[in-house]
Structure formats: C-alpha cells, structure tokens
Design a protein around this ligand. Structure first.
Ligand code: C5J
Length: 221
C-alpha cells in the first residue's frame, strides 16, 4: 500500500516494499572522540544529536519491514584501495595511522565499526566503501536493484560529504531520495543548512527533505 511522507518541496508517495532506509557512515571514527573526524580538527559532539532520531527511524523502519542498509567508509588494512590523494591531506597522513580506536578508517578496527546505538542486525546489508559515495566501487546498486528498491530514506554523516555524495549518485541512478534533516549531521552548521537547501531546490533537483517524525508517521500510518 502506498504511503505519503510530508516533505519539501512537496509531499511524496512511496511504497514500503520498494523503499530502503540507508544509514551512512555512523561509525565511531566520525561520531566518537579520537577518530578520523576529531583528528581532522572537528567537534564530534555536533554529530551526536543525530543518534537519537536515527535510532527512532531505524526502529520504525524495522517494524514496518522496510529494507535497511548501512554503509561504512574505510580501507583495506594494506591501504591498497586508498588513493594517495586521499591518504595525505595538507602534508599529514591520518588514514591507517594508530588512533585510540585502532588504525584510522581501516576495516576491522574498532573505530571503523558502526556505533553500538545503530548496530546492524542480521539481514541488513553493510556496504564497505572506499570513497565518499556509497555507489562507487561497491555492490550497493546491485543489492538495491535485486530487491526492486526505488525510494531511499537517508540518515547518517556527514551531510555535505558522504550523505550528499551518495544521494547525488543515487539520484543519477533513478532513485527517489528523501533526506531526514534531523538524522543527518555535519561538523559545520552552515554546510548542513546549504547542503539541504541544494537538495530540495529547483523542484527537488536531487531529492526531498523531511524529518524523523514525518518519516515515522508515514512508516507507521
Ligand atoms: C567524511 C563522511 N566526512 N562519512 N566522511 O570524510 O562524510
């Protein structure tokens, strides 16, 4: 049965059977002290406000039986999938170096994993991605196509980097994309504001913007 979510720039109908919740990079390295985000000089507390609304949407999605997909940004332990241009920023190397939660952004390390509050359960695919976009060099599109997914609800971090990159990739692949504004976070409040404005501008040029309570209301209607 079709459902309607209140969103900007206009309300959108979706079919729960062809809808997936995608939770981008809610990893310790971005959200907890001592990780990649903090080493880059960011205040991780700015991202932590997304955890509770994300938990509520995740619970509603699981109850409604919609597909849930998680992503993690990170690299192989030998860093063979990390381009030099990403490895070194401003003459400094962060990725692969030891941090309080293990080697920064390296698969298998504690910091690379998803925070306990949003941990995947059996049956929820986890996409390990070497880039900012979750479609680049992964099997995400194949997994979504196999389930017939057409609509994506977006949560995660950071809004202007991995969320937006993935959303633009998804839009170009034909998915309808809805970002839940209180479930996505940025270290820079002004980037958050303008990233969301860009998505819904020009009649939803990249997608729609809604929030956790509207998504929960739609999922449980
Ligand atoms: C960043 C991400 N910000 N997950 N990654 O480097 O947005």
């Amino acid at each position: 049965m079709l459902k309607t979510i209140q969103a900007d720039p206009f309300d959108l109908q979706f079919d729960p059977v062809t809808t997936a919740l995608i939770i981008i990079d809610m990893q310790r390295d971005f959200v907890e002290p001592g990780g990649f985000g903090e080493l880059l000089g960011n205040d991780v507390s700015l991202l932590r406000s997304t955890i509770e609304p994300c938990q509520q949407v995740l619970e509603a999605a699981r109850k409604a039986g919609i597909m849930v997909v998680h992503t993690r940004e990170g690299h192989r332990p030998d860093l063979s999938d990390c381009p030099p241009a990403k490895l070194t920023r401003g003459g400094k190397t962060f990725i692969g170096t030891p941090g309080p939660c293990g080697r920064i952004l390296v698969r298998g390390e504690k910091g690379h994993d998803i925070i306990p509050e949003l941990y995947p359960i059996a049956g929820e695919p986890v996409i390990d991605k070497p880039g900012k976009g979750a479609f680049y060099a992964t099997d995400l599109h194949l997994i979504l196509q196999t389930r017939g997914i057409k609509t994506l609800l977006f949560c995660g971090v950071t809004t202007e980097v991995c969320v937006t990159t993935t959303l633009r990739e998804a839009n170009d692949r034909g998915y309808e994309c809805i970002v839940l504004e209180d479930c996505v976070g940025s270290y820079f409040p002004e980037f958050q504001k303008y990233a969301l404005m860009m998505i819904k501008a020009q009649g939803a040029i990249f997608g729609w913007v809604s929030n956790s309570s509207k998504a929960i209301a739609a999922l449980s209607a």
